[in-house]
Structure formats: C-alpha cells, structure tokens
Design a protein around this ligand. Structure first.
Ligand code: WTA
Length: 646
C-alpha cells in the first residue's frame, strides 16, 4: 500500500456530517487567533452550575500551572445525566450486553440517573466526602459506570482499577491514592473463565500496609460465595435497594479532581494521573462530538474496558455528556464463537464502533467469511486507538467491516491527554491508512529533535505539544515534581508525549511508537522499569532488563533477560515470569524470559537495551557499535544463550 492512498469521506457520509472542511478551517482559525473565546464557546457544550468567564491561564514553564475554566462550577454527573432528563429522559443511555445471549439491560437516562443517585447515597452513607478517593474494581457491568458517575455526583474522586492487576499491583495503587472505600465484585466473567476479584482485593488489602480503606462494597456478579470481613465488607445490593433514588449533586470547582487513573511510564511505579472536572468534561464532549461526528440517534460502542482512559472518556463521559446511547459489552470478541462482536453490532444497531488495532488484527485472522456473514448495515463510522495501526489492518477494517461506506478515524492520544489530540474530523479530513492525520483545532503539535530543536515541515521527531488544552492531566497524584520532570523537562515549554512521529508533506502525522522505555502490549502500557523492579525484589535474581519486541497480534511482546543470583538453574525462567505476573498482573506476562550470566552495559553501568532488543529479535547483522560496552565479550555469550534457550 503506498503512503499516498487517500480516502476522503464517502459522499453519503459527508452529506450528513456536522463539521465539513470549511467549518473545520474556521474552528482552527478561531482556536488559534481567538482562543479565549473559542474555548469558552466549547465550554458551552456541557452543562455548568455557573458558567466560566475565563478559559485558561496555563503555562508549561516553571511550576507548570494548568487550569481551565477556573471560575466555573459544575457537576460531571449532572452534565452527563440531569441535563438530558427533560429532553431525552426516556432515551436509552446505556445498553449493557452480557456475554451470554439474552443478557441485555437497557437503561434510559432517567433510569441511569436513579441508579447513580442510589449509589451516591450509599457512598455518602458510608461517610465518603468531597475529595475522598473511591477505588472501583469491577468488571464490565452497569455498576462500573454507575459507580464512576456516583463518585462524580458526590464530589468523590474515582480511581478505577483494572481487573487484571495482581494483588500487589492493586495494593500499590490503593496505598498511593489513599482510597477510603473500594467497590469490587465476587468475580468477573471472561469467556469461559472466572476472574476472582474479591479474593484478589482481600490479598491486596492484606499486603497494603498503611492503606486507608474503611469499607469494601461487594457486588454479586456470578453469585459465588466470597468471604466477608465483618465490619469492613458489605454486600452492595441491599444497600442500593435501601438507598434513596434522589441525591443532590455536589457543585464542584472546575479544577476539582474528577478522577485519578494510573498509567505506566519509563521509570518507577505507575503514576496516578489527575484529571479535573471542567476541562476534562469539555474535552470529552468536544472530541467525542468532533471525531465521531456525533448526532442524535447514534449508538456508540467503544470496546475499551472502563478501567482504561479510553473507557473513561469514550464509554462514559464523552458520549453521555453529548446525550448519546452507549453500548457496554461484557464479553470477548470471539466467545462463545468467532463473530461475537459483529453479532453485538447487528443486535444493537451500533452506528459508531471504536476499538484497538490488537483486536482488529485478531478479528482479521478469523477470516473474511466470519465478518461477511453479518449485515453491519447500521455502521457509519469506525475508530481505532491504542497503538499504531498498520495500513493492511486499516484497509481490512475499512473494507471488510465498514464495507467501504464508513470513514476510519485513527485517534492518537494518551491517559495524560484526557482525550483525542490527533485524528481526522471524518468528513473534513481525508484519511491515509496508518496515519492519525491532523491535530484537532486548538491542539498545537510540534516535533522536536533529540536536541530539542523544532523540526519544521516534513520530518521526524519526538511528538510534543506546545500549548495547554483543556483535557490534559494537571499533575501526578501526590507528586507534582515528578509530573514536571516526566512531561516538561525534555524541553522547557513543551509537553513531552514519549512518542515518536513523522510529519509528511501534507502535514499528516504518522506515529512511530514510544521512544522511551514504555512497551505497548495489546494496548496495555507497561514500563520496563516496573518489570525490572518486581524482579529486583526477588532475592533469587540479581539483575534484569526488559525490552519490547514486535509481535504479530499484540503489537509488542515483552522479553526479559534475567541474571540469577546463584548461577543458572532449570526452572528459573518460569519462576521469573511468575514473579512478573504476580507483581504486575497477567497482562504483563512475558513472551520469553532468558536466563543470562550478565547484561551488556556501558562503562558507566547503563544497560544497553537497544542491543538486547536486537538479540531478542535475532537481528544479529546490525548490532551497531559495541565499543562503548564495558565488556564486549558478553554479546557473544548472550547470542549463544538466547539461541540455546529458543
Ligand atoms: C499509543 C490510550 C499510535 C502511544 C488512549 C501512546 C497510539 C500510548 C495511538 C498511550 C494511535 C495511542 N497511533 N499509537 N492512534 N493511540 N497510542 O495512555 O504510544 O493507554 O503514547 O492511552 O498508546 O496509551 P494510553
């Protein structure tokens, strides 16, 4: 596929689209030249208790103060629910589809509002107050969405925790966030498997010395018996049934934290990114409307788990703020049989389908006849997020799924950015397979070379952002110094994304992947340092280095080189893999572990990961300059060891 293939929106799509190219040009112009006014206009997309009079006075220098709509006051659950009651109270807000056929729940805006009020009252009844953190550790069930909005309603800060985190991973995040209440479930369903949630949470709380958790609320999902600790653990259902269906919302400052969400970086433990209420909500509504061309009657399905930022912004806040109908699907793409997702699209007449390249690659492998058996005629727009999408996966998505009728929006963004930054506005920006295309109006992307110089025109560099946008994270929970250091020290005055990108002659961006030590496995961010830290805490291992290697389905796979303390021993590779799964979660289980006598280091003691990556990929002709190594003979030994261990 040549890079010059261009796909303008089909006429049938463009004719009805809300933003055409002249409107987009106007928006870009306004965002650049009248930014205060432009952003205050965008603030009007959501409901406020008192409308802001100032847009922003942010800076990427010094202390990096970031604030948006600072004198506005609002409640995010009101912006998502109450605001719609008069006009569309009886419209379906949420369609929950369980993994077994026939398990469907449709909640109108009114019904969802009532569920959220009840949950908020339960939390209030347990003494949760404004600003308190509440951990949500639930599978893809209605209560997950309800719990997030309930926290928002009473001014608590939600911290959603992925069901795949290990007890240790949960413990770190509970202690770091200082959560006072945890919502969890007995078990989650994942195809034929059951994921024990409450037992893992119990183990996490046992480990988490100094945690602040007072209560654990337990939702019965499968109904299996779970042990309950008297005084601490409470069954959720009876509390919800007894709670009042009305709950006055807490009116919050625009800059009050809405949630903390953990993500991995290149160093240290996962960081709790703090998103605040006003700017984040405006960004969620703005990007959802613009990129997904949202209009009344749309049925929006984003397949992300709610515990990731994509789930926060495009399962919950964006589509609900815009009054959409959201699909929440509990199951896997191919359970009980291939084609399950296509079935969901046909059953619920999904118009807008947003998923990840790793899923697209897996679906592609099932063969065209599986997807061809389904009508998919309700679809009008497709989206991709999480990793670079190759041109062949893009084209398959466009042809086999979209039948050539649906634009494909490849959306680039991060946990830190709150919402989409680079993506086509579908009717206005012709798509090129593999490119996220152009920054949205108001997003000032810049490429910097290693020396921090701006790359002009066509070229490649580190993707940075030169000006604040409303949706960006304000800080790292409890560690503003780390926030400044991680994102604003690469070059003063610029937000550093950690991704590399190329800009072509049309100004289109082509994301090349992480340039820091972050690995993207099936869309999950894993820090090499995180992996190395858990290995380091085990006395059997002296040292370790983790690298990412290309993987057909997952995008990248994790390969780990481990130096044992006591000399080589048969079962150690497996043990090391288990230590990683236990320390982080199953999703971080390495592809391969090599037990090696030593690691390649520079004279100053830095591990040369580049070399390890090449050895792991068997790219032995291009090992590069070895003269900087403290001991170059190690390379030969590593190559032999890797070949022997397969
Ligand atoms: C990668 C997910 C290429 C990128 C929303 C980024 C992408 C990281 C794309 C953020 C895309 C996300 N093309 N790469 N369209 N979208 N990425 O925080 O490396 O889980 O830095 O946020 O995913 O992952 P995160």
């Amino acid at each position: 596929m040549s890079e010059s293939s261009i796909f303008p929106a089909p006429l049938s799509f463009a004719a009805r689209a809300t933003v055409d190219s002249s409107r987009l040009r106007q928006m870009k112009d306004d965002a650049l030249h009248h930014s205060e006014q432009f952003w205050l206009e965008q603030a009007g997309r959501i409901e406020w208790a008192s409308f802001p009079t100032i847009a922003s006075s942010s800076s990427f220098e010094g202390e990096v103060p970031i604030n948006w709509f600072a004198d506005g006051r609002l409640n995010a659950s009101v912006a998502c629910l109450d605001r719609h009651l008069a006009e569309r109270g009886e419209q379906v807000a949420l369609i929950w589809q369980g993994q077994d056929e026939g398990q469907v729940e449709r909640l109108t805006y009114r019904a969802l509002h009532e569920r959220v009020c009840r949950m908020a009252n339960v939390l209030r009844g347990l003494g949760v107050g404004r600003g308190d953190r509440v951990a949500i550790h639930l599978p893809m069930v209605v209560e997950g969405v309800v719990a997030m909005l309930a926290c928002a309603r009473m001014g608590a800060v939600h911290v959603v925790l992925f069901g795949g985190f290990s007890a240790e991973g949960l413990a770190d995040r509970l202690v770091n966030s200082g959560a006072v209440v945890v919502l969890t479930a007995d078990e989650g369903r994942r195809g034929g498997k059951r994921i024990p949630l409450k037992p893992t949470m119990d183990e996490a709380l046992d480990r988490a010395t100094g945690h602040a958790v007072r209560h654990v609320l337990v939702l019965a999902v499968t109904g299996i018996e779970t042990s309950m600790q008297a005084g601490r653990d409470l069954a959720l259902a009876p509390l919800l049934a007894a709670a009042s269906p009305e709950c006055a919302p807490a009116v919050m400052e625009a800059e009050a934290p809405l949630f903390v969400l953990y993500t991995s970086g290149s160093t240290g433990k996962p960081k709790g990114m703090v998103h605040t209420t006003g700017g984040y909500m405006v960004w969620a509504a703005y990007t959802h409307a613009l990129v997904f061309d949202h209009r009344p009657g749309d049925v929006f399905w984003c397949t992300a788990d709610i515990s990731w930022i994509t789930g926060h912004t495009y399962v919950v806040y964006g589509p609900l703020a815009n009054g959409g109908t959201v699909v929440l699907f509990e199951g896997l793409p191919s359970h009980p049989a291939p084609g399950q997702w296509w079935q969901v699209i046909d059953t619920h007449k999904v118009t807008t389908f947003y998923t990840a390249p790793t899923a697209i690659r897996a679906l592609m492998r099932e063969g065209d006849d599986v997807v061809a058996r389904h009508s998919l005629s309700s679809l009008r727009l497709l989206g991709s997020v999480g990793e670079p999408i190759s041109a062949d996966a893009w084209l398959w998505f466009h042809e086999a799924v979209g039948r050539g009728r649906c634009p494909v929006v490849d959306t680039w963004w991060q946990t830190e950015t709150g919402g989409i930054l680079i993506a086509p506005v579908p009717a206005a920006v012709p798509q090129k397979p593999g490119s996220a295309t152009l920054p949205l109006p108001g997003v000032d992307c810049v490429l910097l070379d290693e020396k921090g110089r701006v790359v002009a025109g066509e070229g490649e560099g580190c993707l940075c952002i030169a000006r604040s946008w409303p949706g960006q994270a304000r800080t790292i929970w409890g560690d503003h110094a780390r926030f400044r250091q991680t994102y604003f020290s690469f070059h003063e005055g610029y937000y550093f994304s950690g991704d590399g990108a190329r800009r072509d002659a049309d100004g289109y961006y082509w994301i090349t992947g992480r340039i820091d030590d972050v690995i993207n496995v099936s869309g999950h961010r894993i820090g090499t340092a995180e992996v190395e830290d858990v290995i380091a805490t085990d006395h059997r291992f002296a040292e370790c280095a983790a690298v990412g290697v290309p993987h057909d389905l997952k995008g990248q796979g994790l390969v780990v080189f481990v130096v044992p303390r006591g000399g080589p021993d048969g079962g150690l590779a497996q043990e090391a893999a288990q230590v990683i799964s236990r320390g982080i979660g199953r999703y971080a289980a390495p592809e391969r572990v090599y037990i090696v006598p030593d690691l390649p280091k520079t004279r100053s003691g830095k591990i040369v990961r580049r070399l390890l990556r090449k050895i792991a990929c068997n790219e032995l002709d291009a090992l590069g300059d070895l003269s900087t190594l403290a001991d170059a003979t190690i390379v030969e030994r590593l190559i032999m060891d890797v070949a022997r261990q397969g």
